[in-house]
Design a protein around this ligand. Structure first.
Ligand code: PCA
Length: 203
């Protein structure tokens, strides 16, 4: 089994993105699964093409895309991606689309094909705060989740795919002037390992 994990480059004035930092710490093999790690740009225009290329290159059996959700207090296992780009801040290329579709003519929304409830339960069982989230927002993370699920559906690929948001790391929170929730990177990495374990050992 081959599992592709994607994280993002830093954005919004941060010097790290905990999504990719947590993925970097994953081993290259978990059980029988090979773990492939790819960093995506925080760009509405190029995140989709980079993801598509990774899918074509590695032909994974499952894909978990991960992103930072600053202000969240736990890991959010995303259930829904919507066909909407509506940014309140520019991406790393200076683009801030408003009320635009991710894919013109695409369905309004897709559901994650990951077992979101099982993953959430596994994390909680191991003491990692987690919940199912019903909105991945309308920024680049939602853009990537929608693109992934559209690719899987439109090409009829035998791939499980979805998205997980992680909070700020403790280091990021320590550098802020006001108090914000955070999580240790090790716990995020552990959470991703648990999610992978759920995929390797389905009920
Ligand atoms: N988080 C942003 C985009 C990149 C990232 O890590 C988001 O939630 O859309």
């Amino acid at each position: 089994m081959k599992i592709l994990l994607t994280g993002f480059e830093p954005f919004g004035g941060e010097t790290i993105n905990p999504s990719f930092e947590a993925i970097k710490q994953l081993p290259d093999c978990i059980g029988s699964a090979e773990i492939i790690k790819v960093q995506l740009p925080v760009s509405f225009e190029s995140s989709g093409p980079v993801l598509t290329e990774a899918l074509e290159t590695y032909q994974p059996d499952a894909v978990i895309c991960v992103g930072q959700a600053g202000g969240y207090s736990g890991i959010a296992v995303e259930r829904v991606a919507v066909n909407l780009r509506d940014a309140t801040a520019a991406d790393n290329c200076g683009i801030a689309p408003e009320d635009q579709p991710v894919i013109a003519g695409g369905p309004d929304a897709y559901f994650s094909s990951l077992p979101v409830k099982e993953i959430t339960a596994a994390l909680k069982h191991h003491g990692i705060p987690a919940s199912v989230s019903n909105s991945a927002g309308t920024y680049v993370c939602n853009n990537v989740m929608y693109t992934l699920l559209h690719l899987i559906r439109s090409r009829n690929l035998p791939i499980q795919g979805g998205f997980i948001h992680v909070p700020y790391s403790m280091e990021q929170a320590a550098h802020k002037t006001s108090s914000v929730p955070s999580m240790a990177l090790e716990h995020m990495t552990k959470g991703l390992e648990l999610a992978i374990d759920v995929l390797i050992h389905p009920n």
